[in-house]
Design a protein around this ligand. Structure first.
Ligand code: ADP
Ligand code: GLC
Length: 479
């Protein structure tokens, strides 16, 4: 079976969040099921060296954003189809934003071009390869199922995955003409959203199947609180909606071999975490002789992640003997709050504002617990990395966090299956309360280590979920 993935990020080439990890790991995870994946990705500056090495397999003079060619190249075990359209993608800044943080003002043309190139490849096929399934990820790929509705020969089936419903790709209706979208699709059960066009809604309306990245989030997005205005359409399409939990790349995230750690370790040598902790302390100016728990945060700093509540609970964390290491970037007010916290609590709170893949591994390796107080979380990957590294996740009970962490209550501890701590109220009081539970358990080293070992033995790889995607593809093909 052939699958064309359409995505705006893919690790290790270009990453702003978890979508990249998923797009980077899925092709390899699906291979044992006889699924041949090719991944369509924009050729951002970081990809240009690969473009130079690749082979042109398609050339379009008239995508919505002008000409573009598709270059195929193998890298890191992935067959990439890079959309080489320098006027759209070969520019300094992030995949979606200027260096100043504002969205590029031609994002509608950029990602409509990605979707259209994917659709045209799907119609025509490449020499010796044609997709049976087109799998589009998030709003950036949302128009792919729409363009595939054009007449033009046998059409592959489409799957649309929601990684985050908060980002919808919403543009003025008049842009639709320029993007080659048909006016009769501009309806409330199609791509129309409050008088605008929504790329995500369009994908959700036109795809044969809709998935999201955890079972709990699949239920949550049917409600107004989590559906962000798309709950009506999702309820109408409930029979084709399912949740498939993300896995992680257990080779890239393996505390036994991780080159980013100063000392590797496994469940039988948890002492190895200490040297990593010392290194974290050195890098962040934290007191290395402190003997309370070290908590970490590795996150985009946004409203979604609930880190304002954590920031408010920092005095409580410090007063109770904890240390905190923060790695993240994003909203200026959150960056400022964590920088101030580091100044207010020297030796106890350390903040690194920025993006650093290697440091994120070290933090998982050397911390005792990772804090994820998200208001909503489609899946979340950092709690899965935490489990794998024996860094106990302390998480809000929502989305994929609720599906992956087993609360350390007495029964679970006695059964030896507790792996973390969950709480419901994303507020300063709620975070303080869950921290108290973590402190109590930490005070009994045997209990804490038991949880670390249970966490490290939890199945967090892709096997089960890759099987679920393979089954879904087969099911939709059989229709
Ligand atoms: P989201 O996709 O909503 O940001 P996830 O938990 O699914 O949340 O994925 C976040 C990914 O980005 C993880 O791989 C995490 O380690 C990584 N990450 C987030 N912030 C940083 C950072 N500042 N530096 C390095 N890695 C980061
Ligand atoms: C999104 C979500 C996150 C999820 C990731 C990968 O960015 O916010 O919860 O883990 O996508 O699916």
């Amino acid at each position: 079976m052939n699958v064309l993935m359409v995505t705006s990020e893919c690790a290790p080439f270009i990453k702003t969040g978890g979508l990249a990890d998923v797009a980077g790991a899925l092709p390899g995870a699906l291979r044992p099921f006889g699924i041949d994946v090719r991944t369509m990705l924009p050729a951002y500056p970081a990809l240009m060296p690969l473009v130079a090495k690749g082979k042109e397999v398609a050339n379009f003079g008239d995508l919505p954003g002008g000409p573009g060619r598709v270059v195929q190249v193998e890298a890191e075990g992935i067959t990439l189809l890079l959309l080489d359209a320098p006027q759209l993608f070969d520019r300094r800044g992030g995949p979606y934003t200027h260096e100043g943080g504002q969205d590029w003002n031609d994002n509608h043309r950029r990602f409509a071009s990605l979707a259209q190139a994917a659709a045209r490849i799907s119609f025509a096929g490449l020499t010796g390869w044609k997709p049976d399934i087109v799998h589009a990820h998030d709003w950036q790929a949302g128009l792919t199922p729409v363009y595939l509705k054009q007449p033009g020969g046998p059409v592959p089936k489409t799957v649309m995955t929601i990684h985050n419903i908060a980002f919808q790709g919403r543009y003025a209706a008049f842009e639709g003409q320029e993007l080659g979208l048909r006016w009769d699709w501009f309806t409330p059960d199609g791509m129309e959203y409050h008088g605008d066009i929504s790329f995500l809604k369009a994908g959700l309306a036109f795809a044969d199947r809709i998935t999201t990245v955890s079972p709990t989030y699949a239920r949550e997005i049917l409600t107004p609180r989590f559906g962000m205005g798309l709950e009506g359409l999702l309820n109408a399409r409930q029979t084709v909606l399912s949740g498939i939990l993300n896995g992680i790349d257990t080779d890239a995230w393996n505390p036994g071999t991780d080159p980013a750690l100063v000392q590797t370790y496994d469940a039988g040598s948890l002492d190895g975490k200490k040297a990593n902790r010392t290194e974290i302390c050195t890098r962040l100016g934290l007191d290395p002789d402190h003997d309370g728990p070290l908590f970490c945060v590795i996150s985009r700093l946004t409203e979604q992640k609930g880190l304002d509540a954590l920031a408010g609970a920092i005095p409580h964390l410090v007063e109770n003997g904890g240390q905190l290491a923060v790695l993240g970037s994003g909203a200026p007010e959150l960056e400022a709050a964590f920088k101030t916290a580091a100044e207010d609590h020297p030796g106890k709170v350390g903040t690194y504002i920025g993006y650093d893949e290697g440091f994120s591994h070290l933090l998982q390796g050397g911390s005792d617990a990772i804090l994820i107080p998200s208001r909503f979380e489609p899946c979340g990957l950092t709690q899965l990395y935490g489990l794998r590294y024996g860094t106990l996740p302390i998480v809000a009970r929502t989305g994929g966090l609720a599906d992956t962490v087993i609360e350390g209550n007495l029964a679970a501890q006695r059964a030896g299956c507790a792996t973390g701590f969950l709480f419901d109220d994303v507020s300063v009081a709620g975070v303080s309360e869950v921290l108290d539970r973590a402190f109590r358990t930490y005070a009994t080293p045997g209990d804490w280590q038991g949880m670390q070992r249970a966490a490290m033995s939890q199945e967090v790889g892709w096997d089960i979920s890759a099987q679920a995607y393979a089954d879904l593809y087969k099911e939709v093909l059989a229709e």
